[in-house]
Design a protein around this ligand. Structure first.
Ligand code: SF4
Length: 856
């Protein structure tokens, strides 16, 4: 296959991509059939990578204050202010906050500068927010941050337990492997999640357990197996190091007690226990992070696998699945404040070893500040110079309002990013333009320890430079030139590999010796490869159990959970550029159980304010029995740049797991109350607006050919919206008595803009009007005022299957008219669900609904 082989920019599955530039920035994207992670498949986000690599919104030159500068001036200033802070306030007055979006080479450079040369360990990463609990639990159990399993284990498992993971949406290519295993060998799938997610819809068994009770559930399995005699403690002690109090810690985990704690039927627990007992080939895929007890949850899972000897064997593994594309690479170089480098901690012999390897003048001797503490220190004035790389903590950190205050008070903030205007860069004194996906060159490590190349296939735009180069330039200006004189990412990679192998006689499993002398040409052509072998097994006594217990469950009338949507990624700076990816969820929804909705007087489509002690934000309401009563859910993706509300980051508190420092995002005490605007509106614009509306609530998304705003406000706030419509012929229909206004602007019969206002939220569907923006043959101008083409009985609709653009009516037709009786048959009739597969749970739901209504 021609084109450049690279790796997807998004999740930790780490799919291989073949990118074929077709002129300018336009690029054809295909899955790499030879990449072991995906064998040619891509999910919707990967499929539409080509729509997200334009230069819109890019930062293309260094900026000091609001002014463009040259690289020399910007780098000199960063070096000078960092040196100044160190001289007057000590090395711990400088901090880096980095990202799982960085390549391993960038991460290595940042970690080396901070821990070896500045002399502090104040470098932490946004990966702290998404997988630090798993890292801490691996260290507890294995003495090193080791993921023992691999994707092939999914293919070979007889039982897959998904814990806190909406795999069908968040790791769709892994979900495809799970579906394939079910077909091939009858693998049973169990989903443990407080929500009935799309993943749970298709499971053989789903336990909608109470938030935060995973430890009880896993201890319950062990207690049951002990009681049944299926676990022999003496045999376990011959394989694994067992703490003295371990076997006595199961007394309170009988089936009825666990059922009460988790609030699930005891009969479902028994089914799970029996399934587990009968199927030794078990993979537990877990994302039990973002919890103040995340480390203990992960330990409970790993304990169960160690005790039952389901580890390091085909089809048997506790498997932490990572969110970000290079969370694992960051862990390998030591990008967390709690580790030093190359899977070494701050034990004196490691400090000595790494210091000698780097010839470091000021090696850090103790862990630095973890993310929450780091931003707290910024707020307390202890950090005088902060450098944020490739991440947006003003959005993603918990208690984001306090983080913004801290950033605003920090004497010197540097932001390296691809995007010019982010919620965080608004606080920056210096902005440095970094290369983006498709422009940068380096390596990433995926969830199964496979190192893959990300390769450049686009020319660097403007003045943008690789992150490793930017860091090395600052290091040179700080007087550390010799140690940062790399001539390219291959040199950085070789140094990283040499450090993993340095004085490593097998004590550390992360040993990349085989690549220490890799030539530049070999680096260029490096094929994906797992380190540590396909699976990692442990010699007797080398793995340890860790005694954990179920903590008291948060007592609150309402708990707030948060997570991802299928087609969006983090703060939408990239996926938000794709009109097709924006179709699936156009607004940030708060999902509410019907009983809670009734109590709060809420209906689907209303607006509601979600409030916690940290802050509040307004969301559109979706009433669904997929939620547990007393638990609500919001998405994490919406930022100040795209919405006045929907700001999940403002809501969670900053309490963190004592072991891993990971903050909790999944069960924050909250309240929800209806918001009643005086009017609702949508505004459709061909041209991007110069500014955003000023009113009670608004949100915007990219649509084909323009921008769509959803807006709501108080009396008088709608007046200025007319100004957004721009030049052209204005058509207007209004009924002041009913509060209705419809304004449309055309130029030579082409729709330029439309504003529809109504007193209630019952506005016409937007899809037909959106079609007119992009259409070469727009409908009759007067029809724009009805938002529907004359004679068309059904309004246009959003796609259920984004990959193939298939809407619900086509799916219903396939079922009702053509007799499609399975998801596969719907796929055969419409193509829906035949690419990435992440809409298959939704297809199954539509099928079930139709079957029910046909039977009624
Ligand atoms: Fe990219 Fe999707 Fe693969 Fe994740 S599953 S790496 S988002 S294509």
């Amino acid at each position: 296959m021609s084109g450049v082989r690279t790796t997807c920019a998004y999740c930790g599955v780490g799919c291989g991509v073949v990118a074929t530039p077709t002129g300018g920035r336009s690029t054809l994207i295909n899955g790499d059939p030879d990449h072991p992670a995906n064998r040619g498949r891509l999910c919707s986000k990967g499929t539409y990578l080509g729509e997200t690599i334009g230069l819109e919104g890019r930062l293309l030159a260094p900026m000091i204050g609001g002014e463009q500068s040259g690289w020399d001036a910007a780098l000199d200033l960063v070096a000078e202010r960092s040196r100044d802070a160190i001289e007057h306030h000590g090395p711990d007055s400088v901090a880096f906050y980095v990202s799982g979006q960085l390549l391993t080479e960038d991460y290595f450079a940042a970690n080396k500068l901070m821990k070896g040369f500045i002399g502090s360990a104040n470098i932490d990463t946004n990966s702290r927010l998404c997988m630090a609990g798993a890292v801490a639990a691996h260290n507890r159990a294995f003495g090193e941050d080791l993921v023992p399993g691999c994707y092939a284990d999914i293919d070979e498992a007889d039982l897959i337990i998904l814990v806190g993971s909406n795999t069908a949406w968040c790791h769709p290519i892994v979900w495809q492997r799970i579906e394939a295993a079910r077909l091939a060998r009858g693998t049973r799938v169990v989903v443990l999640d407080p929500r009935r997610t799309e993943t749970a819809e298709g499971a053989d068994l789903r336990l909608k357990l109470r938030s935060g009770t995973d430890i009880a559930l896993f201890k319950g399995i062990e207690a049951y197996l002990l009681q049944q005699g299926a676990i022999n403690p003496r045999e376990v002690e011959a394989r694994v190091a067992v703490p003295a109090d371990y076997w006595d810690s199961f007394a309170d985990y009988g089936i009825d007690a666990v059922a009460a704690t988790c609030d699930v039927p005891a009969s479902d627990l028994r089914t799970l226990y029996d399934l587990f007992a009968a199927r030794p080939r078990t993979v537990t895929l877990f994302s039990v992070n973002q919890s103040t007890h995340g480390t203990d949850k992960a330990s409970a899972i790993i304990n169960l696998h160690l005790v039952t000897d389901r580890i390091g064997k085909p089809g048997a593994a506790p498997f932490s699945i990572t969110g970000q594309p290079n969370a694992m690479g960051g862990r390998e170089v030591g990008g967390l404040a709690s580790s030093l480098a190359a899977h070494m901690d701050f034990a004196p012999e490691n400090v000595d070893r790494v210091g000698r390897f780097w010839r470091a003048p000021a090696i850090a001797r103790q862990p630095g500040l973890k993310a929450v503490d780091l931003f707290r220190a910024v707020g307390e004035g202890k950090i005088k110079a902060l450098w944020v790389m490739a991440t947006n903590p003003a959005v993603s950190m918990p208690d984001a309002a306090r983080v913004r205050e801290a950033l605003g008070a920090c004497p010197f903030v540097v932001v390296s990013d691809v995007i010019a205007d982010t919620d965080t860069s608004r606080f920056a004194h210096v902005r440095l333009p970094a290369l983006g996906w498709g422009e940068k060159d380096g390596t990433v490590t995926n969830s199964e320890r496979s190192i893959s190349r990300q390769r450049a296939f686009l020319a660097p735009p403007g003045e943008a430079r690789p992150d490793w180069w930017i860091i090395a330039q600052v290091a040179r200006r700080m007087g550390f030139g010799d140690a940062f004189d790399w001539d390219g990412p291959a040199a950085v990679f070789r140094e990283h590999c040499r450090l993993t192998a340095f004085e490593n006689e097998g004590e550390r499993r992360l040993d990349l010796k085989r690549w220490s002398g890799l030539s530049d040409a070999d680096y260029t052509s490096l094929a994906p490869s797992q380190w540590g072998g396909e699976r990692i097994a442990f010699a007797p006594g080398k793995a340890r159990l860790f005694t954990v217990g179920q903590p008291a469950v948060e007592a609150s009338p309402m708990l707030l959970n948060s997570g991802r949507y299928r087609d969006q990624w983090h703060g939408m700076t990239r996926t938000g550029l794709s009109p097709r990816l924006s179709q699936h969820r156009r607004e940030p929804l708060v999902e509410v159980h019907p009983a809670d909705a009734l109590a709060a007087g809420l209906a689907s489509g209303d607006l509601a304010r979600v409030a916690t002690t940290q802050g509040d934000s307004i969301f559109r309401v979706a009433v669904t029995d997929a939620q547990r009563p007393g638990e609500i859910f919001v998405p994490i993706h919406w930022t100040d740049r795209v919405s006045s509300g929907g700001r999940a980051g403002l809501l969670p508190g900053s309490a963190a797991d004592p072991e891993s420092g990971q903050p909790g995002f999944k069960s924050t005490p909250a309240a929800i109350a209806k918001v009643s605007p005086d009017w609702h509106a949508f505004l459709l614009l061909r041209q991007p607006p110069a500014r955003d509306p000023e009113c009670l609530w608004w949100t915007k998304i990219r649509v084909s050919g323009g921008t769509l705003f959803e807006i709501a406000g108080r009396t008088g706030e709608d007046v200025h919206l007319d100004e957004y419509l721009g030049a052209g012929e204005l058509l207007e229909v209004s009924d002041p008595a009913r509060g209705v206004r419809r304004l449309v602007v055309t130029q030579q019969s082409r729709l330029m803009s439309a504003l529809f206002v109504a007193r209630d939220a019952r506005l016409p569907p937007r899809d037909w009007l959106i079609e007119q923006l992009a259409s070469a043959d727009p409908g009759p101008v007067l029809a724009f005022l009805t938002a529907r083409t004359p004679g068309r009985s059904r309004p246009a609709e959003a796609a259920v299957c984004v990959c193939h653009g298939v809407g619900k009516s086509a799916i219903v037709k396939a079922i009702v008219k053509h007799g499609a009786a399975s998801v596969a048959e719907i796929g055969a009739a419409t193509c829906a669900g035949t690419n990435c597969g992440s809409c298959r749970p939704e297809l199954a739901r539509i099928l079930a609904q139709q079957e029910q209504s046909l039977a009624a």
